[in-house]
Ligand binder design. Sequence first.
Ligand SMILES: Cc1cc2nc3c(=O)[nH]c(=O)nc-3n(C[C@H](O)[C@H](O)[C@H](O)COP(=O)(O)OP(=O)(O)OC[C@H]3O[C@@H](n4cnc5c(N)ncnc54)[C@H](O)[C@@H]3O)c2cc1C
Length: 422
Amino acid sequence: MTRTVAVIGAGPAGLMAAEVMQSHGAQVHVFDAMPSAGRKFLLAGIGGLNLTHSEAMPGFLARYAARAPALRPLLDAFGPDAVRAWAQSLGVKTFVGSSGRVFPTDMKAAPLLRAWLHRLRAGGDGRPPVQFHMRHRWLGWADDGAALRFANAEGEHVFAADAAVLALGGASWPRLGSDGAWVPLLQARGVDIAPLRPSNCGFDVAPTGPDRGGWSAHLRERFAGEPVKPVAITATDSAGVEHRQQGEFVVTETGIEGSLVYAFSAGLRDAIAARGRATLTLDLLPQHTPEQVRAETRHPRGTRSLATHLKSRLHLHGVKTALLHELLSPAQLNDPDALAGFIKALPLTLAAPRPIAEAISSAGGVRFEALSAGLMATAVPGLFVAGEMLDWEAPTGGYLLTACLATGRAAGQGVIDGWNAA
Ligand SMILES: Cc1cc2nc3c(=O)[nH]c(=O)nc-3n(C[C@H](O)[C@H](O)[C@H](O)COP(=O)(O)OP(=O)(O)OC[C@H]3O[C@@H](n4cnc5c(N)ncnc54)[C@H](O)[C@@H]3O)c2cc1C
């Protein structure tokens, strides 16, 4: 007898769960609040879809920090190589970029999503076509605690299924569909959830002077939107270990954002939550040694301005010089040795992470301790959970999509295994 399963959330996690269950002959119904599937996945393709990462498994797993042990079996079953093979099975070849990140050869998400949806809808070879129900917002459960409640243009209705997979995403970029509205619904059913927090996010700087809120008007008006590159950030994580990484970030109206900041964002966010502030240090000339910088700041500058001197001797100008003026006192700027020290290690204090709606991803979510090995909520038998709504986080670099696909696969397999065991 064909069993019916509801997948709620047509992002990468939900679609992967649907694919696994379809391949076992289940009749899969995918519901999503948005008019079309995979909106965030498509957005991820705008800047180049970073599907996964080529680094060896121990390093790859370590990106999931405290949640590496929980994700390990799932990533062993469906890791970076499996992600690439899966893309290839949809006619999308991938390549390893210079940073080790893996992208489709055309960098885009749309052809991959189109081929995937086509394969799911078509079915065949014992795979029933997946039925899609867009513009269906999940509202929770009917009074029997089992049937699923949805709202669509016609009103409210219920859907009864033999099992359900929730893949509702986190709470970043809510206009793409994931708004975290599921949190109270699951809490009411006794599912343990870590609070959703911004991950891979920007930060507001602490006021840079006694009479200022965040950046000065000068820095904000002249340099918001400017990239700072190359630059290295050094920051200490919650275990007290110092990390340094080189890259680039962008000065925003209120602080900083960009790939290099995201790499440090989990530790900085947690430090701010614990102590109200977090400080990182910027190396504005990462390719120069401290001695080289000191030799140039000591060089007599005659009648030239400091800005002209730094530009001609160290190629330090624009937003980097503006940051020095923003964060240092006149005495520090005019002391050649102190200035050299700050060029190599300029402290920048952060006051708050930017709101979760602006973040690339979410931390927090359904705790693994509330789930079986097959990702079923132990408090709600027959309800499985996958993707970013689970309590893990990782930096950008393809780690997010890989874990979404791996947990989607595990949840789909969990449904099938549960049925087979019954
Ligand atoms: C700008 C940007 C760029 C990114 N780039 C990358 C990248 O290059 N590489 C990478 O690995 N990751 C990237 N990510 C992260 C990645 O896109 C997400 O981690 C991933 O999409 C999460 O997948 P998911 O299936 O768990 O949830 P989502 O993709 O968020 O899908 C959840 C779905 O659930 C639906 N939904 C939510 N609530 C309800 C409800 N109540 N009823 C019905 N439907 C509902 C939503 O409409 C949505 O379609 C990027 C994210 C952003 C914002």
